[in-house]
Ligand binder design. Structure first.
Ligand code: C2E
Ligand code: MG
Ligand code: MG
Length: 321
């Protein structure tokens, strides 16, 4: 009873010049198809030999990633978030892949491969479990961890029909109060069916977890759409924060902070690297900050040391006041 609009994209490969075995032909055509889809829906792309190198790199990434989980090559780092006085108010969990052959591989590179191959599901669950384990440990051990631990959620994870139930289950099992957990989603995760997205977000928030919109301003969502979403925090992307260093007068960043405030959201600036940026962002009314100025993402033990130091500074600060 529904009208379906079907479109198609095409990947083209010349053979036997560019590929000579069946597997090669199919794989090369697939690579070209992927490129076509990436550029524009409903278009075609012709495979070129230069793409083979990229494809091989991607394939080895994919193969490696399949084993990364079993071989214990993934780890979780933590980056503090602070308020305008430098006091820790939260943290973000960030995944790292230590590949024996290639060293540390950036999540910017491998998360996409994980998404394309479906590996994002087990990896996402692993990130969630590890993050909750760390948080539970800090709450039990009396490590001076304030605020929430933010966990990145891929668009594909969020789209899973069982995402809410799965998340609730993992949090309940961990014994961590849901109120101490923030899920970071990007605009693309929220661009699906509005009603379904709103339902999911409401269920998660009713359970207690907080929702932050990551990389705000880099996606294609409209403000009218954002207005209807139940969110708790906005994270201003580093690309905008970078601009603040060059020129403190940034109407766009000011407006983004103002939008967050009007929507009653906490505003977090990402990628703050200099004192100057901090001063300007503070003047614009930003609430929280994350960036190398305070700390890079650290392994768990180093992050705990950072927390201890931050607490000492906090005590001194209070004493002086
Ligand atoms: P994101 O969630 O926006 O995370 C912030 C990124 O900015 C992190 O990069 C962090 O290390 C980096 N960063 C923070 N402050 C600074 C700074 O002052 N200077 C510079 N140059 N960089 C800064 P990272 O860890 O490489 O992660 C990149 C992206 O990969 C993340 O962006 C997120 O989208 C994705 N990602 C990382 N961990 C996970 C994960 O566990 N699950 C999923 N689904 N995605 C993840
Ligand atoms: Mg994030
Ligand atoms: Mg971000």
């Amino acid at each position: 009873d529904h009208v379906l609009d079907v479109g198609c994209s095409v990947g083209v490969v010349m053979f036997p010049t560019e590929a000579d075995t069946v597997i090669d032909v199919v794989r090369s055509a697939d690579i070209a198809l992927y490129e076509a889809k990436k550029r524009q829906r409903g278009s075609y792309f012709v495979f070129t030999p230069q793409m083979r190198e990229l494809a091989n790199e991607r394939l080895s990434l994919e193969k490696g990633l399949r084993h990364a989980l079993q071989k214990d090559q993934l780890s979780l780092f933590f980056q503090p978030q602070v308020d305008g006085t430098g006091q820790q108010v939260g943290a973000e969990a960030l995944i790292r892949w230590n590949n024996p052959a290639q060293g540390f591989i950036s999540p910017l590179k491998f998360i996409r491969v994980a998404e394309e191959t479906g590996l994002i599901n087990p990896i996402g669950d692993w990130v969630m479990q590890k993050s909750l384990l760390a948080l539970a440990d800090w709450l039990q051990k009396d490590v001076p961890f304030s605020g929430n631990l933010a966990i990145n959620v891929s668009t594909w994870q969020f789209a899973r029909p069982d995402f809410v139930r799965n998340t609730q289950q993992l949090i309940s099992q961990s014994g961590v109060p849901p109120e101490r957990v923030t899920l970071e989603v990007t605009e693309s995760a929220l661009m699906a069916d509005v009603q379904e997205v709103v339902n999911k977000l409401n269920q998660l928030r009713d359970f207690g977890v907080k929702i932050a919109l990551d990389d705000f301003g880099t996606g294609y969502s409209s403000l009218a759409y954002l207005r209807d979403l139940p969110l708790d925090a906005l994270k201003i992307d580093k690309s905008f924060v970078d601009e603040v260093a060059a020129n403190p007068h940034q109407p766009l960043v000011e407006s983004m902070i103002a939008i967050g405030k009007h929507m009653q959201l906490k505003v977090v600036a990402e990628g703050v690297e200099t004192q100057q940026q901090l001063i300007h962002l503070k003047a614009m009314g930003c609430h929280f900050y994350q960036g190398y100025l305070f700390s890079k993402a650290l392994p768990k033990a180093d992050f705990e040391k950072w927390l201890q130091k931050n607490q000492v500074l906090r005590n001194i600060d209070q004493h002086l006041r």
